[in-house]
Design a protein around this ligand. Sequence first.
Ligand code: FRU
Length: 489
Amino acid sequence: KVTTEQHRPQFHFTPPSKWMNDPNGMVYHKGEYHLFYQHHPGSTTWGPMHWGHAVSKDMVNWEHLPIALYPDELGTIFSGSAVVDVNNTSGLGTKENPAMVAIYTYHSEKLEKAGRNDFQTQGMAYSLDNGRTWKKYEQNPVVKNPGIRDFRDPKVSWNEKAGQWVMTLAVLDHIEFYGSKNLKDWTKLSEFGKTAAAHGGVWECPDLFPLTVNGQLKYVLLVSLNPGGPNKGSATQYFIGDFDGKTFKSDNPLETTFWLDYGTDNYAGVTWDNVPKSDGRRLFLGWMSNWLYANEVPTASWRSATTVPRELTLRQTSEGVRLFSAPVKELQKLRAGTTFVKAQEVSGTLDLSNRYNLNSPLLELDLNLDVAQAQNVVLRFSNNKGEHLEVGYNPAQKELFIDRTKAGKTDFKDTFPGRHTAPLTLENGKLRLHLLLDVASIEVFANEGKTVMTDIFFPNEDFTKVELVSTGTTRLLDSKVYKLKPASG
Ligand code: FRU
């Protein structure tokens, strides 16, 4: 994607034009990762929702396809998921050519305007040609609304324990699970979360999936909420626990809140279904924006990008089991060459761009730092206009931070500028910072991705200078830096 458009990301997925929000219908089928997305083809601001569509063989280079789902008489097409009905449980395909089935929320503006509360229902569409054309199921909706205004974002997957399809649905302030043998007839199984964790806003876009840790199968439940995030606005929390085929039970006390990402710009993310068992990864991607200002960000022909695809894993830490995120290995294809940074002590400023020929707004930095003798350590990305973005760690505060207050255009919305923080306790002062810088975003994976921060920004000129600024002494241990190439799509 080499474009001259200002602020257009170069290795993050963006719609060719107009508005995008949540990723939808993420499913792997016959060698392709499908990505659908909330799309308003008529404008660069949110409006009547369609499902935009793209496919990729590696989640990095994308091919744009025509709009997959258009609004119909039941409503506009809100967020949802897709599965491959391998055993033809729905009868919509055949065993030889199984249907791809999309399950989404219908949002009826007509019913909403009429003052009713039951305007969100769940509908279904299917494709028999690898997602190229879609047919709506004749008997929609498949899940009717019980009279609750927020009743949406079905994430469906085949559940081994239940021996049936399970739909995870966001219902105002909790999650509801539904079960089905055929994707058409759904029965409510249970509820979770009314009094658990963060409730600063409405619950949206959930996901439920198994992951193994310490040789044990656990279930992770992702729940996006808006507002109420750790740095304000939209954010995604997660729960770890057990799912017995019917009910989800968290391993942690009700008040515990875990955040998938502490940055302001990773929302409504879910994982790909049907990734081959031989691959075995749990692959995630989110919308890289925030409802606080998504409609106002200063881009011209399009609005919003996704995060990079990430692999999610559960790992044992000294604080307990946590969900870790890491950029997928396919992103390594973008590396234009590796530079090994020699071990050294930094007190004051080290100009990394000059020293290691990193004058590019597309960078991957993988830095191993010892900050035991430092009061503060900052990576400073800047341009010739005096604008800069800071990513740093403060050992006394035990805090990772991103400061975008001076990172270019900020006055399009008062909630945009800010310094965002995440708690991070180090062991023996060791800090690994793995970062991906694109034209308009930074993704920070600290300590193997235990703590993650994703923020967007809009400099008037690309950030092509990067410095390491240490107050006190920072020891730079084995580290690698890479210039990155643009991706296609
Ligand atoms: C989340 C969300 C979903 C909804 C969609 C509408 O960002 O509000 O809950 O389905 O966006 O575009």
